[in-house]
Design a protein. Structure first.
Length: 201
């Protein structure tokens, strides 16, 4: 069997204009070649966007904040009256759907979760794997959110944000290594215990 070898930095990238607007990607960020970005999309410093992510900024804008990561197979989209905003130091787990919502700083969105139009996830919160956050739901800061429809199960306390910041700083050296080699992994927003037990990250 013959294998085809393609270096990641030589692969085709799926980054497209839409109605005169182009994605803006920091030269300190990383977007995997098979991610799809279109229209009014901004990816800030040290953020990373992983394989098969779709980010379609057609009728509104999408922003991914500093040091945040959007993991494999996520879908980010917008609505006429709501942008899709991901703050700084946010981890968005595999196969998450973020539709026209706001994720504030230091949050973690567990694998397979869905956050719908107009919802706001307060800073330092954790949304568990598979949770469904319904339209216009406002989640207070530092909350643990589980279920479908999602409900606040407990208050995490402000130390959740601090632990998440430490988690990111520990990984920062690894981030720079991967960026140098055309790969990147960054994140934050939760204690390591919560990451494993609740979100499967």
């Amino acid at each position: 069997m013959e294998y085809i070898k393609i270096k990641e930095n030589e692969a085709k990238h799926y980054i497209y204009e839409f109605e005169g607007k182009y994605p803006v990607i920091s030269d300190k960020a990383y977007v995997f070649s098979t991610a799809f970005l279109s229209g009014d999309v901004e990816v800030k410093d040290y953020a990373s966007v992983w394989p098969c992510v779709s980010m379609r900024g057609d009728v509104n804008k999408i922003v991914v904040g500093k040091y945040s990561n959007i993991q494999d197979n996520c879908c980010l989209h917008v609505a006429d009256d709501h942008a899709c905003i991901v703050g700084d130091y946010v981890t968005v787990g595999h196969s998450v759907t973020l539709h026209a919502c706001t994720i504030e700083d230091h949050c973690l969105i567990g694998m397979g979760a869905t956050v719908l139009d107009g919802a706001v996830i307060g800073a330092g919160s954790i949304v568990g794997a598979g949770a469904l956050v319904t339209k216009n739901t406002i989640i207070p800061p530092n909350s643990l959110v589980l279920g479908s429809p999602a409900k606040v199960k407990k208050e995490l306390g402000e130390e959740s944000c601090l632990d998440g910041q430490v988690f990111v700083e520990i990984r920062d050296g690894l981030v720079m290594y991967h960026l140098h080699h055309h790969l990147s992994q960054v994140g934050g927003g939760a204690t390591r215990t919560e990451l494993v037990d609740v979100c499967g990250i």
